[in-house]
Design a binder for this molecule. Structure first.
Ligand code: NI
Length: 189
């Protein structure tokens, strides 16, 4: 089932999400629905808060990046209760987008190497290291479960410059090809 993706301006995106345990109701169904939702929206990552559920869960599938980033070939994973233990290396810029911010893309600086602990969809524990694009996708989604969105990582000046674009997104004044729940969409008379 395709779930509506919440837009910028919705409080759930600014909320630190809660940990879950393996008894969380209908978890595998939620994960399936999140993958379906992400693929339909042509995304490479989706965090539960983006479908309005404030839990520490996100999914990634960056197979689409495999031409430019060969490491991303089999990068399809589920992260539950993730904890980034370490970030290292010299921060690099990449032009990021986010399904909750349709039409907006901005350069964001992130460190290239991470070490992360998490549980997968079967609640098996993992401690792994990622780098480059895979690390970046994880960092972006990890921010979501901590109530941080990518524009929070821009300079004050840059944020000022994109204010109108952000308002348009919150108000639903954007062209999209997937189902969204806008923060302040006015009802048509
Ligand atoms: Ni995002």
């Amino acid at each position: 089932m395709i779930l509506p993706i919440v837009s910028y301006g919705n409080a759930v995106l600014k909320t630190v999400a809660k940990e879950i345990d393996k008894d969380y109701p209908n978890l595998s169904e939620l994960i399936d629905n999140m993958f379906e939702t992400m693929y339909t929206a042509s995304g490479v990552g989706l965090a539960a808060p983006q479908v309005g559920i404030s839990i520490r869960l996100f999914i990634v599938d960056a197979s689409d990046f495999k031409k430019e980033y060969p490491d991303s070939e089999d990068f399809k994973k589920v992260f539950i209760n993730p904890k980034i233990i370490e970030e290292s290396g010299e921060a690099w810029l990449f032009n990021e987008g986010c399904l909750s911010f349709p039409t907006l893309r901005e350069d964001v600086k992130r460190k290239p190497n991470i070490k992360i602990e998490y549980y997968d969809e079967s609640f098996a524990f993992h401690s792994e290291e990622f780098s480059g694009m895979n690390a970046r996708i994880i960092q972006h989604e990890y921010d979501h479960v901590n109530g941080i969105v990518f524009v929070d990582r821009l300079s004050q000046l840059k944020k000022q410059l994109i204010k109108r674009k952000l308002n348009n997104i919150a108000n639903g004044d954007v062209e999209i090809h997937y189902k969204m729940k806008f923060a302040n969409k006015k009802k048509k008379q």
